[in-house]
Ligand binder design. Sequence first.
Ligand SMILES: Nc1ncnc2c1ncn2[C@@H]1O[C@H](COP(=O)(O)OP(=O)(O)OP(=O)(O)O)[C@@H](O)[C@H]1O
Ligand SMILES: [Mg+2]
Length: 534
Amino acid sequence: MESEVLGRIAPNSTPVQAEMIAYAGVVPKVGDYVVVDSEESKLLGMISNVVRGALELARNDLLQANYYDTILEVVGSPSDWLKATIRMIGILSGGELTGLPRAPPPTGALVRRAPADLLRRIFAPPTGREGIRLGKLLTRGDVTVHLDPDELISRHLAVLAVTGGGKSNSVAVILEEIVRMGGVAILFDVHSEYTGMSLGCPHCEVETVDPVLDPNTLTVDELGSLLGVTYDSAPKQFIYLKSAFKRAKELLIRERLGEYLTRAEIEADRDDLLAGIQAIIQLSLSREKESDDRFLIPFPSNDRGSIESLLAKVDFVRSKYGRVLKPTAGELADHLNYGKLVIVDLGQLDSDLTDVVVGKTLYTILMRAKLKRIGRGYEDFPTPVFAVLEEAHALIPSIERTYTSSAAASIAKEGRKFGVGLCLVSQRPKRLNPDVLSQMVNKIILRVVEPEDQAYVRRATEFLSEEMVSYLPSLDVGEAVVVGPMVRIPALVKVRLFEGKRGGESLKAYDMWREGLRRRLNASPDEYYDSIGG
Ligand SMILES: Nc1ncnc2c1ncn2[C@@H]1O[C@H](COP(=O)(O)OP(=O)(O)OP(=O)(O)O)[C@@H](O)[C@H]1O
Ligand SMILES: [Mg+2]
């Protein structure tokens, strides 16, 4: 069709990038797809930049708009020219996309708008399977973009944008689609943004769980993270913690822990490992020299200070986290199932405990998936699992190593083999650990304003050109650059609005105040004072 012709290739093109001079009256749009047509080949490309100029006004000495007026009076409307930069995506052969071009397109080759049916084929669900319906192409409201679930799980995902850019909405859309197809998902909801979320499909289940930790399932390293006692930060305390941990475990197995709790006058369940550790440390500190109880820890007198400090930390953590540390609570991973989303509501926890809860759960999921895969148990554990971390820059920061960052690094590396996919959501990409971020090969990048964040996103993303990064601040809410193997070609997408109910949508301040005031004025004085607790 004649109207689909946009322009012709200008000199100096490369196999990666070409310039196109547009026909008069044609205004190419950034993000739109084009087909470069020549006898040699047919290439698919994306417009990454457009520059406009006017012949009659292209003079350096027109330093006042008055000069423009004078020229425009003579010429009428200026003869505009438009030049577009085209980023090459692949070779088209028989209507299918095959490989990357190795030679530049010929100068003068015709450039057309890519036909919608070609794009529909490219963004269709993978053959014979369902896809994750994310939204429509920004420049083509008639082309739906589907993500490949297999690639999403195996190459992980990062969702990046300023606050209010549409990250959680995108996550909700993806989770709904995954659960609809029977998928297994867990969401670590740091700001209680998703509490009360429901999904639209009949078999979809959502369970919000309180973060509980069974101290008896913690490893000594996890316990150390919780207490702030690691081998690097406090080696002596860590060694005594390890001894107490080993002894308490043995007493637990021999069902003798209660004895030690009574002796130390600690009120706790007989099978509470952390209380047992406290009892052992306490009794070791107060034991008589000649005691030969092998469950108490011998120590030289100059280590007394370290052990006392360890005891204080155990005592502090037990009283601070009593609500969350529950022996026999089981693991959060026990809640996972097919066609189900588990939301872990972390809103009430401090960052230390959040780190241990998330890190531990990620390790548990990876370990179970691994054992299942190699046939060493957990054959009923539902896999593959998609694990989403909101506020990922807080949990996996670039400046320090956290327990969650070690777990996330293990999943980024090994998750693909065992069926654990990670999704990191963040509004501060530059604060996110760069090694972990770079392994999130799939990316949904919505509006990003801060230059350092943009530079960071660019470094971590293969296809993003300088010009495309410069468009990130002007993206509207829900508009995203989508790259990675989950889509066959990079795309600018208008993510659809999540249809189900989600908790964390932006508040409608005006409406809420008006409604509150209306209720206050309509209430009888008694009702009013009752409502404010008077
Ligand atoms: N694709 C979309 N289409 C239309 N509106 C959207 C879209 N995505 C988000 N919104 C609107 O923008 C608001 C904020 O979106 P969302 O909660 O997803 O942002 P966010 O990036 O998660 O923000 P925060 O960093 O504060 O958590 C939503 O309440 C919703 O109304
Ligand atoms: Mg959000």
